[in-house]
Design a protein around this ligand. Structure first.
Ligand code: COA
Length: 486
């Protein structure tokens, strides 16, 4: 084949070609279109990106450095969101009611006089300022904070923020760049005024009706998909709004309803609801047992949520240890290996067992047979043997085992933190690991620990003004509130 002649391109031509071949500019607002004169080859057409940092990995600051959060959250959903933002480097200023604080400080207390684990595990990497948001002086401080911060996050009952005078119109006028992010129980509609807690959301989002055993009542799950799940969704909304603000220069409202967040996590069940219109859900064990389906997706016990049948099986010690179980998935490609391991090599060629459709009506018997094998080993031995054959299994870990697991400590997923009044405690660190934004987990703040610093050093109040604010009752508890809190 004749060699193609390659002409040496002149540097200017190469530059032009690079500018032409950068990421397509579709959907980008006009003001963001790359200026070919300033577009470097590595910035994908975003002229404002600096050249790649030469700082060593993990030493170029944190992802959200410089972002200031006015954190009006309480209980679990909102605090989960702001703690994640704090892990990513945002400065979270948690506003709490003087003398009372976030109600969880005193809920489920295990150490007398110290903040509960409920509070400490959801409020790390934050600073605490006490402000009575309904006091005239408190309102004035809040106005300064609104001008000072980038994002206001709240999860009060519907209407509570408005009743404080902090309407969207007021906030947007005071600081047009501010993002106002809220968790509510329900979105606009018949239930929008309802107060909502975790399990209400699990039920209203469709999770509870599809959790549990067919013959039993609906069940809620231990994972806090309503509270922590929605907090996580909200954090995603906030980060997206911060990114959009780089183009638009203005803030926006971000709303995450707990019902919506739960439904998003239960989307595979909405998938199954639609599949039901076209026939039975063959991978549900009820199908194999010959039990007809009703109009709605049933509870599927421990059936696997995907197309590969799975179940929870007993392991050695199950008679005395409530967590001596393993999850076992009969993934089709490793069916042969499963048959060999459990001593049923003949199933590989038996037409009743050889193919996934043939196995569906026999799943109960198949899992009972596999269980006879798993019962001869600990859940960890099952894991070790099955992993060698790529058979997906998962030991049922107790919270004690999770807390003591060395690999989770090593990665910073489980972290021990020191606290001045309660001593050392375990918390969950950042579940998201980034190569250039390293998380340091800091203890939760004491109530009002940073009030003076924030007012004087950041908001510019003089010592005299601070003393006047203190005596006004805007940042200190009234006697009545102190009695209530005690
Ligand atoms: N200064 C003065 N008042 C303050 C204050 C401060 N710093 N912080 C809070 N308050 C007031 C609020 O203004 C509100 O007063 P109002 O009812 O007179 O307007 C009051 O404290 C109580 O707030 P509220 O949010 O109604 O708390 P609650 O304990 O009654 O309800 C929830 C708790 C969680 C049910 C409710 O906040 C809610 O439904 N939130 C949205 C959904 C949600 O996040 N749920 C999950 C929680 S994990």
């Amino acid at each position: 084949m004749a060699k193609r002649k390659v002409a040496a391109a002149k540097p200017k031509k190469i530059a032009k070609r690079i500018v032409k071949t950068v990421r397509p500019m579709t959907n980008r607002p006009a003001q963001m279109k790359a200026d070919p004169k300033v577009t470097a080859p590595y910035n994908g057409g975003w002229p404002e990106l600096p050249p790649p940092s030469t700082a060593p990995w993990g030493q170029a600051g944190k992802a959200l450095d410089g972002v200031r959060i006015l954190d009006f959250t309480h209980v679990q959903s909102g605090p989960t969101c702001t703690q994640l933002l704090g892990y990513m480097g945002a400065d979270c200023i948690k506003v709490e009611r003087p003398g009372v604080g976030d109600i969880t400080r005193g809920q489920l207390r295990d150490v007398k006089g110290a903040d509960s684990l409920y509070f400490t595990m959801l409020n790390g990497n934050k600073r605490s300022i006490t402000i009575d948001s309904k006091h005239p002086k408190g309102k004035e401080i809040l106005e300064r904070l609104i001008k000072h911060c980038d994002v206001l996050v709240e999860n009060f009952a519907p209407g509570a923020l408005d009743r404080m005078g902090l309407t969207w119109e007021y906030i947007h006028k005071t600081n047009p760049r501010m993002i106002v992010a809220s968790v509510k129980g329900f979105g606009p509609g018949p239930y929008e005024d309802c107060k909502v807690y975790e399990n209400v959301a699990q039920c209203a989002g469709g999770a509870a009706s599809t959790t549990g055993f067919r013959e039993g009542p609906p069940l809620v799950t231990g994972a806090q998909i309503g509270d922590s799940g929605t907090g996580l969704h909200l954090a995603f909304g906030i980060v997206s709004a911060l990114y959009q603000r780089m183009r638009t220069g203005r803030g926006q409202r971000v709303l995450c309803a707990m019902q919506d967040g739960v439904l998003n996590l239960a989307r595979v069940k909405l998938r199954d609801q639609q599949r039901l219109a076209h026939g039975p859900l063959t991978e549900y064990s009820q199908h194999g047992e010959g039990i007809p389906f009703g109009k709605a997706v049933p509870r599927a016990g421990n059936d696997s949520g995907g197309g590969q049948p799975g179940w929870i099986l007993k392991c050695k010690g199950w008679e005395t240890d409530p967590d001596a179980y393993t999850y076992f998935i009969t993934q089709a490609p490793v069916w042969g290996a499963i048959c060999d391991l459990i001593g049923k090599p003949e199933w590989k060629s038996d037409p009743d067992y050889a193919t996934p459709p043939a196995r569906l009506p026999r799943l109960r018997h198949i899992f009972d047979t596999i269980e006879e094998w798993t019962k001869t080993m600990t859940k960890f031995e099952v894991m070790e043997i099955c992993n060698k054959h790529d058979i997906p299994v998962g030991p049922i870990l107790s919270m004690k085992e999770v807390a003591e697991e060395p690999s989770l400590r090593a990665t910073g997923t489980v972290v021990e933190v020191d606290h001045p009044t309660r001593g050392r405690y375990l918390t969950v660190g950042n579940p998201v690991k980034m190569s250039d934004s390293i998380t340091e987990v800091r203890r939760s703040p004491l109530l009002g620990e940073h009030t003076e610093d924030i007012l004087t050093e950041e908001l510019g109040y003089s010592a005299e003004e601070f003393a006047a604010i203190k005596s006004s009752g805007a940042i200190t508890p009234s006697e009545k509130k102190e009695t209530e809190a005690a």
